[in-house]
Design a protein around this ligand. Structure first.
Ligand code: PAF
Length: 285
């Protein structure tokens, strides 16, 4: 056990972060990273506690990554709450916070991007084609800056988790990419920083998203025809007031379309809008 710092130090530059981690690595101390865009909620804090079990040193990064937002998306409006984020992290055993500004990560002249195929195909990419390029690029940079042995991501962003795992494997990055079960409100709504955008009426409707998944998952497990189950789930969500981007069943390990429903591990994924807020969720089937 290392000393639990009430207020972890904040590194704003890649050089400072790398220097700090180099000291730990020299002492053979294992390092875990929890990448975030801030606006921390209980889901993030659960990832931090899980990271603490995986490594002696824990780094939390806070960076709202412009490269993963399209021009029409909520980059400017995305909540930036560094003071309350730092307060939420105090006492949790975080050894450093990496909170660079945009110019530190994307200096003038930056033209490099990482493209991951396979698990990034379809689903989110059909609606947010820029997204995984931005995520993969920033995560590669965060891995280089923080040099973690392990990094923890929530399964709420299941496609993101598989894309990052694929990228780490393909680039031989020495980082174990760990998924953590989605943290939910008591009514089933997956925790997300974007839930804060929901009006009270939308918040009351939002748990219908997870309920539709659970109902569809049970029907598929019981042997009901998949196409019919997915279209019923979509209709139920529309009737509840959602605008549905997709409800899809995929292979849980590759996110490829399912060939054999009986033998493959399956994952059911959904994205849908309530007013101006886009929600995603997924469950194992
Ligand atoms: O899931 C998120 O918060 C972001 O996509 C991540 C992984 C921190 C990359 O910016």
């Amino acid at each position: 056990m290392t000393e639990i710092l009430a207020n972890p130090p904040i590194d704003r530059t890649v050089a400072a972060m790398r220097w700090r981690v180099a000291g730990w690595r020299q002492a053979s101390e294992r390092v875990a990273l929890v990448p975030t865009m801030g606006a921390l909620h209980e889901g993030h804090l659960t990832l931090v506690k899980a990271a603490r079990e995986k490594a002696l040193r824990v780094v939390v990064s806070i960076f709202v990554n412009p490269a993963q937002f399209a021009p029409n998306e909520d980059f400017a409006a995305y909540p930036r709450t560094e003071d309350s984020d730092l307060a939420a992290l105090s006492g949790l055993g975080v050894d450093a916070v990496f909170a660079p500004n945009v110019e530190e990560i994307y200096p003038a002249g930056f033209v490099t991007a990482i493209t991951v195929g396979g698990p990034s195909e379809g689903l989110e990419t059909s609606f947010r084609p820029h997204f995984f390029g931005g995520v993969a690029t920033v995560i590669a940079k965060l891995f280089i800056a923080c040099a973690p042995d392990a990094a923890i991501f929530g399964e709420k962003d299941y496609q993101q988790l598989l894309v990052i795992r694929r990228m780490a494997a393909d680039l031989s990055l020495p980082v174990e990419v760990i998924g953590h079960a989605t943290i939910r409100e008591a009514d089933g709504l997956a925790l997300s920083s974007r839930n804060a955008y929901l009006t009270p009426a939308e918040r009351a409707t939002a748990p219908a998203l997870n309920k539709a998944l659970v109902r569809a998952g049970s029907a598929i497990r019981a042997g009901a025809p998949v196409a019919r189950v997915l279209s019923a789930a979509s209709l139920d969500l529309k009737a509840a007031g959602f605008r549905v981007d997709y409800v899809e069943l995929r292979n849980a390990e590759t996110l490829a379309p399912v060939v054999d429903f009986k033998t493959e591990k399956l994952r059911l994924l959904v994205a849908a809008w309530l007013g101006k807020t886009r929600l995603i969720d997924n469950i194992a089937v």
